[in-house]
Write a protein that binds this ligand. Structure first.
Ligand SMILES: Cc1cc2nc3c(=O)[nH]c(=O)nc-3n(C[C@H](O)[C@H](O)[C@H](O)COP(=O)(O)OP(=O)(O)OC[C@H]3O[C@@H](n4cnc5c(N)ncnc54)[C@H](O)[C@@H]3O)c2cc1C
Length: 395
């Protein structure tokens, strides 16, 4: 989706209050991340919840109505995102579909692909994962080796992907592969929408530090993908992926700053409600928590500035790296501070303190990866130095 397309869309002044009202009335206790008694969430629960969010108009607000969206502008999306962020609801299990595959399909897909794939993403009939990274190609994505070869039956895929989040739950994988050899670098890269149940696609889960099995390795062994599942043309893969990645880096999970604020407020209010922990944070952590609050405000400013730029039709390009870098570093240091605070709670803590402790411990573990995925901190610093400051690194 181009910035200009977003600029042309109507804005809506009521979407924020409407979203708040709906969420207040409909977010089930079972999905709140700030309560002690959490019931295990199944994939079916999440599909049902996210389909409900879509029906309520809280997902896909900027997508055209023909593809299941509301055809609203980016400002309306920001208004809704603020309200989503203010709640302690779980992150989407289909954020790759909604925030990466969807925009790519809109940018390069054929009309019949848009009509088939896009409503299925919003209605949660299809969950997507992203098959870009490989054992030898993460930061240096142009070094990927997975090959596709055209045959009479379709395209034959061979290779391996890694760190494919959610692949074992996904229906489709957004695959970036090459027609030539690794020496071709950015040339000959092609995108496919591969069904995960295709014979020759082998998905293996990897257990991560938080005990989850969200990450996967995906092996392609002579997997045949039909021609109609190619997105764009051969050779268009790199341009489509990087253009959308830069816009998405700037605007994806736009609710982050407000969710971050919800986490801080949960920690502070739980501590303040108990005399011993109130004394602990007032004595030892007040200044550091105030600093976190400043960072959250700066992050909101980043997001609002970028949204303003996109609405004006400006290219975001390397500026997408600024909020990614700032958010991931600020949130990771908040998570470390929060872990330190909750580890000093008294052993006979109350249920509300236990709930915040469990939440902060989980946030800490998840935050370790935030400075790696969607481009590492070092890569973002390199982009800002080279492309914004025009500084070339000396060896
Ligand atoms: C939680 C999580 C979810 C992910 N989900 C997905 C997914 O769904 N799909 C997918 O395709 N990928 C996914 N990834 C992979 C992610 O995109 C890569 O991990 C990331 O791009 C880094 O690549 P790498 O792990 O190969 O590390 P490398 O690229 O090998 O980097 C190793 C270290 O070297 C540094 N480095 C590398 N190049 C440079 C340079 N030029 N200048 C300075 N420093 C440099 C890096 O900053 C890093 O510290 C996920 C990763 C994580 C952690």
């Amino acid at each position: 989706m181009t910035p200009t397309a977003l600029a042309d869309r109507p804005q809506s002044s009521n979407v924020g209050p409407d979203a708040r009202k709906w969420l207040d009335a409909n977010l089930p206790d079972a999905l709140r991340e700030d309560v002690l008694q959490q019931t295990p969430r199944t994939l079916a629960d999440m599909r049902a919840w996210e389909a409900q969010l879509h029906k309520a108009g809280l997902v896909g607000s900027t997508w055209p109505e023909a593809y299941g969206g509301r055809g609203l502008g980016l400002r309306a999306h920001l208004d809704i995102s603020r309200e989503i962020g203010r709640t302690p609801m779980p992150e989407s299990v289909n954020s790759i579909g909604k925030e990466l595959a969807g925009p790519i399909i809109m940018a390069v897909g054929r009309e019949e692909q848009k009509l088939e794939y896009l409503p299925a993403i919003l209605e949660m009939r299809n969950i997507w994962c992203q098959g870009f990274s490989e054992p030898g190609a993460g930061s240096d994505l142009a070094g990927l080796r997975t090959r596709v070869e055209k045959t009479a039956d379709g395209w034959v895929v061979n290779g391996q992907k890694i760190w494919t989040s959610g692949a074992s739950k996904a229906d489709r994988i957004l695959l970036l592969a090459r027609t030539g050899t690794v020496e071709d670098r950015h040339k000959g890269l092609v995108l496919f929408a591969v069904r995960t149940d295709t014979p020759g696609v082998d998905i293996r889960e990897i257990r991560s530090i938080d005990g989850e099995r969200h990450f996967c390795e995906v092996f392609f062994n002579n997997a045949v993908v039909p021609e109609e599942d190619m997105l764009g043309s051969p050779d268009e893969g790199w341009a489509a992926a990087t253009r959308v990645l830069s816009i998405e880096r700037a605007t994806n999970r736009m609710h982050r700053a407000w969710r971050f604020e919800n986490q801080l407020q949960h920690l502070v209010s739980a501590c303040a409600a108990n005399p011993a922990t109130r004394e602990l944070v007032e004595r030892d952590y007040a200044a550091q928590l105030a600093d976190v609050s400043v960072n959250i405000d700066l992050l909101k400013g980043h997001v609002e500035t970028l949204v303003g730029s996109l609405i004006e039709g400006e290219e975001i390009g390397p500026r997408g790296s600024l909020p990614k870098l700032f958010w991931s570093e600020a949130h990771q240091s908040f998570a470390a501070l929060a872990l330190e605070i909750v580890s000093r709670f008294p052993p006979d803590m109350s249920d509300p303190l236990r709930a915040v402790k469990l939440r902060m411990e989980e946030i800490y573990l998840k935050a370790r990866a935030e400075t790696i995925y969607a481009g590492t901190t070092e890569i973002q610093l390199g982009i800002i130095a080279k492309r914004i400051l025009k500084l070339n690194r000396k060896a």
